[in-house]
Design a protein. Structure first.
Length: 147
C-alpha cells in the first residue's frame, strides 16, 4: 500500500466510527452519514485516479446497492436479515474499493454473517441476528487493506 491508500484507510475509519457508535447505542443512523461515506469515497477516488476513478467508484457503489437491494428483496420474503441501513453502509463503503475489492467485501460480509449467525444459533441467543454494522465495517476495512 502506498501513502495515498493509507490516508484513504484512515479517512474511512474516521467516517465509519460514528455509524458504528450510533448503531451500538441503539440510535438510528441518518442517511447523511451513508451519503457522506459515499461522497468521500468518490472524492477520494477522484484525488487518487482522476475523473475516471470518480466514475468507477460511483458505478461500483451503485452496482453494490442494486445487487444487495435485489438480493435482500428476495430474501425478505422469508427472512428479515438485513435492513436498509446495512445495505446503504455496504454500498457506501464500496465506493472506496475497486471492483475486486467490492466483491471481496461482499464475500467477507456474507461469510462473517453466516459464521456469527451459526454461533448465535448454537448459543440460543435471544436475538439470532448478528451485528451486521460491525460485520460490514470489518469486511469493508479488511477489503480496503487487502486491495
Amino acid at each position: 500500500m502506498n501513502g495515498m491508500q493509507w490516508i484513504g484507510c484512515a479517512a474511512l475509519i474516521l467516517l465509519l466510527l460514528p455509524v458504528l457508535v450510533l448503531h451500538w447505542e441503539g440510535r438510528a443512523v441518518t442517511d447523511r452519514f451513508y451519503g457522506l461515506i459515499a461522497l468521500c469515497g468518490i472524492g477520494f477516488a477522484g484525488l487518487a485516479h482522476g475523473v475516471s476513478g470518480m466514475a468507477m467508484a460511483g458505478a461500483i457503489g451503485l452496482a453494490c446497492l442494486a445487487l444487495l437491494s435485489s438480493a435482500i428483496a428476495v430474501l425478505a420474503l422469508r427472512w428479515r436479515l438485513l435492513t436498509g441501513g446495512h445495505i446503504k453502509l455496504l454500498a457506501a463503503g464500496a465506493t472506496w474499493l475497486s471492483v475486486t475489492g467490492a466483491l471481496l467485501m461482499l464475500g467477507l460480509a456474507l461469510a462473517l454473517f453466516l459464521i456469527a449467525a451459526v454461533i448465535l444459533r448454537v448459543r440460543k441467543a435471544a436475538d439470532p441476528r448478528p451485528d451486521m454494522a460491525g460485520i460490514a465495517a470489518i469486511a469493508l476495512l479488511s477489503a480496503q487493506f487487502m486491495a
